[in-house]
Design a binder for this molecule. Sequence first.
Ligand code: SF4
Ligand code: ZN
Length: 710
Amino acid sequence: MSVLTDLIYGGSNAVIGLTEGAVNDAIAKHGEDKKVAMPDTAYFLPTIYAATGVKVTRLGDLPACVGVMKSLVTNEEDLGAALNAGLATAVGAEIIEALKYVESENPYENESGIGFVGDPIIRSLGVPLVTGDIPGVAVVLGEAENAADVAEVVKNYQSKGILTFLIGNVIEQCLENGVKAGLEYRVVPLGHDVTSVIHVVTVAVRAALIFGGIEPGNLNALLTYTKERVPAFVNTFGALNEVVVSAGAGAIALGFPVIVDVDLAENQVPGALETELDHTKTVEKSLALRGIKIKSKELPIPVGFAAAFEGEIVRRANMHAEFNGEKVPTCELLLMRNEDEVEDHKITLIGPDIDCDDPLTLPLGVLVEVYGAKMQKDFEPVLERKFHNWYNYMDGVMHTGQRNIFRIRITKDAFNAGLRLQHFGEVLYHMIMDEFDTVVDKCQITMVTDLEKVNEMMDTLALPTYDARDERLNTMTDESVDTFYTCILCQSFAPSHCCVVTPERLGLCGAVSWLDAKATKELQPAGPCQPIPKLGLIDERTGQYEEVDRVVHEATHGALEHVSLYSILENPMTSCGCFECICGIMPEAKGVVICNREYAGITPTGMTFGELASMTGGGVQTPGFMGHGRNFIPSKKFMSAEGGIERIVWMPKELKEDVRAKLDITAKEMFGVENFTDMICDETIATDSEGVLNFLTSVNHPALGMDEIM
Ligand code: SF4
Ligand code: ZN
């Protein structure tokens, strides 16, 4: 034990010395008032902010932080105290990394690592983490004695969907051994200095602030949150020095077990710090220590199949086959059938396969027919939408779009490995039977590449079905149903959050529509989506119901008393943090500004997406700010209590274009204005208050004629 504590204290003291020196040098060079900030975050230096509540904004704020570091290092012969010293190392690493951003706007420009991870990326990870799509987070650092070993470990994590961060020479070792890296592959190189490990620590720390609603400065609550809710762990490769050990102590303090590949003998701390000399067992041991269970999927196909391949982009040069819905007819369709109409696991191909002479211009029609005693017509599109994800999980396959306009690309590598259309059928069959076994008893798949037959499928089955579904969606209003649903999936990160999902208001992540929620209830009867009988109307304008209040109160374990469905000011719905868009009030325009996660610039509120987003979240109600899905914008219920979509005065251009068609229709129906989207300002017109107001006046935006919004 004493060897270990000695090492930790040695490392922490060394880091304190380095940090103090670096801070003094920076102040001498730039002065105390020089701004210091991490890029694209609303949480200052996140570790310091979360642990102490201190908002570091200038170099002059840093000496006090060094003081805090020193107070954490007691040099007591006690493991708990030594772990606190590890936190001091984390704070030191954060300061040293922040100083890099003082010296240069993009200090990682010439690095193979990406350095600091911005808030929007963390928010985008919310849903995959809660659904278990990303089952855990691995931190892999050091330099392996045998490069192939660490590459194998990382590929193994990748195949399991684990999000892996690389620090040190393991980066090159992985890249040189064929690991595909990048956020889209869930393997993220951070940097080469040990201090860059802080960039994954701050991801965990900001998760606590963003999703957990942890009060900055409440160190105990922070440590409890990361320990209980952030499924991260650390693997070190190669010899340990005292700085690595003290950083490891910091990880352990956050609740992340550390697995090393050197023999620690009696210095191991069971469950927290363990040795694994055999690299073929590193993954298994790490997952077991962190309690991460992987649902394994062994499919009868010749290429890898994992969520980690979902973001892969297949470029023209690597492409063997393409089905391009913009050039040839394509359609994909799932229909429910009677029992005698479906032969289980029958996969039929009509027309040439991709080993034909011209695999670049084939049309494709995919018809999946299912029978199930509990299947409902409403679930058809829910299942059909999953094709997109499953195809993309195949290594070497890219699928974009849906319905009758999609595109599939297949790489030369995947083709050479033996991938054929039959395997697409196998993927659909196995995934449907795996994920939807509660509602599907039998499933058969027909893939058609014969032009005439695809056209026939399109005209007789696909187009009429899509039309009927659209008709159903259009007539499905909050008034037309008698049940809403909760979604509490995000409670694993935001314990007091609950979405109320209605036909006209989808979950704020954009991934859960009323039909999805209804299907989820059927698939997992005791799962995250529970029915709310639409009873006990309190206020029609704001959308308040006694039953909604009661169910939400229960679902949030008493955290919420009242929730209104249609108001942004009176008891608005809570936000967990993974919302697609954030809406905030622009009082001088009597309207609201909406900003999507992808927009990195400033909004007329003077805040970026990240800053606006930080005003809400963690499952708290924040009148005046509301997280929501993109598809909620054209809804007649969009903040209808405050006047509805007429209040929208500004949106990023890309978001405007995305919602334009539907928004214009809603506006025409609600207040008779044509091309309403054109009246909404965007960043190409103005981002300052005056410029926005001038534009709104010039187009006679209806919000200007409305009452004050608050
Ligand atoms: Fe999370 Fe709400 Fe989406 Fe459910 S609907 S996954 S609770 S954001
Ligand atoms: Zn969420």
